[in-house]
Design a protein around this ligand. Structure first.
Ligand SMILES: *Cc1c(COP(=O)(O)O)cnc(C)c1O
Length: 417
């Protein structure tokens, strides 16, 4: 007897976008028309209505008192940041350049926080002048802030970014636990808090803690565990704090499905745990507001990358769609942004969504490297030169996380529709 053939794992359905007459709709427009409107390919397009819907759905699921921040390095396009700034409670920036964009976007400086190792004296000065919250990541940053406060007379609002003594299990990228360049090791935090207390006379004010254990997690139980442990660690550390905790940023790490077999995150257990933590905070850290900061989860599913088929080649029986886009615009889809084993993002022929499917099609770019692969041996509607290839799940870590200058092709356009 033959063993039953197991169906290959599939991508989660990309049903956030409508299809009409075989054409994908982005921001209420047919993709073909949008491509004409943009005027060139390749481009990234993000759907405003989907951004808004994602925030609304999260708000409905999470406790009302929990604050929702957007970590803008996931997508720092100015128009998108401006849209998000109106929807969320705060913006997390990771450089002086991002701070500038967040302020231009109209974000309230009191609700901007700045994390990242190796902040320069110039960035810290910008942050002080803007009046934002600085998540300090080293003893050097506190010493420098103290000097800058003395020199400028500005007050410093600081939270301590803690490198926790645990890791976010099953996360795509670990950002805390063990030895890390991020934050201050939990065991060194009491000493740092003492320094912050000493710097109070110079205008350095302690406001709370920031923990971020990791990114791209699709396991609710792992996120629950990390948030619970983060809360408890913050409670312990708060005993040595020079002032009451006003803000406790529990990080995020909520993932989205990219690869075959992955499913959308179940928010239920995460929401229940956060509701319990908000209640505990009311008693155990009565002055604190709880924050989660999300990048990818807020914007990733609302965006697509679009490129045009330039050539259709058959090499020893295998079909290659050669496009005008590639890894120089979308490193993550090519599998070269932190993946160990290359897997396919969800890809479709956006103007032939109902077309007859052929199997084993590879989508490549124009670069002279076999790494320039947007899809490998996938089932796709039969496509010809001129057709539009769409890479879904591309609203986060797209153009700004890709080596655009590699091989000197034109940059990708970016639109918000
Ligand atoms: C990158 C980053 C985020 C956002 O991570 P996502 O996985 O995109 O949600 C949040 N907080 C900090 C400190 C970060 O560095």
């Amino acid at each position: 007897m033959n063993a039953p053939v197991k169906a290959p794992p599939r991508h989660a359905p990309m049903d956030q976008f409508e299809v009409r007459d075989g054409v994908l709709q982005i921001g209420g427009q047919p993709l073909t028309r949008l491509a004409d409107r943009v005027g060139r390919t390749p481009f990234y397009a993000c759907d405003r209505a989907l951004l808004t819907r994602r925030v609304e759905e999260l708000r409905a699921a999470l406790p009302a008192k929990l604050e929702l921040h957007f970590a803008m390095k996931a997508n720092p396009m100015p128009a998108l940041v401006a849209h998000m700034a109106r929807l969320v409670d705060g913006i997390d920036v990771a450089s002086g350049g991002e701070l500038q964009v967040a302020l231009d976007a109209g974000a309230d400086p009191r609700e901007i926080s700045f994390a990242g190792p190796g902040k320069s004296a110039l960035e810290l000065r910008q942050a002080l002048a803007a009046g934002i919250l600085i998540n300090v990541e080293s003893f050097r940053e506190i010493a420098l802030l103290r000097e800058l406060c003395r020199e400028t007379g500005y007050a410093a609002r600081v939270a301590v970014r803690v490198n926790p003594d645990f890791e976010l299990k099953s996360s795509g990228m670990k950002m805390g636990g063990g030895p890390k360049q991020f934050g201050v090791d939990a065991e060194q935090v009491p000493e740092l808090l003492a320094r912050i207390g000493e710097a109070a006379a110079d205008g350095v004010g302690f406001e709370g803690f920031h923990l971020f254990a990791g990114s791209q997690n699709l396991k609710p139980e792992a996120i629950v565990e990390a948030q619970l442990k983060s809360f408890e660690l913050a409670l312990r550390l708060a005993q040595d704090a020079p002032a009451p905790v006003k803000v406790l940023n529990l990080g995020g790490g909520f993932g989205i499905p990219y690869f075959p077999g992955e499913q959308r995150l179940d928010l239920g257990p995460i929401a229940a745990n956060l509701a319990a933590l908000v209640e505990r905070a009311a008693v155990e850290l009565p002055q604190a507001k709880l924050v989660v900061e999300l990048g990818r989860y807020l914007v990733g599913e609302a965006g697509v990358y679009v490129c045009r088929v330039v050539d259709r080649k058959v090499s020893r029986g295998q079909v290659y769609l050669v496009t005008d886009g590639g890894l120089h615009h979308h490193l993550a889809a090519s599998g070269n942004f932190g993946q160990v084993i290359r897997k396919n993002y969800p890809v479709a022929i956006g103007n032939r969504m109902d077309g007859a499917v052929e199997d084993g099609v590879s989508v490549v770019g124009p670069l002279c490297t076999p790494l320039d692969l947007l899809g490998e041996r996938m089932p796709l509607s039969r496509a010809e030169p001129g057709d539009l290839v769409v890479v879904f799940q591309s609203g986060a870590y797209g153009v700004t996380a890709s080596p655009q200058n590699f091989l000197s092709h034109p940059a990708a356009a970016e639109v918000l529709v």
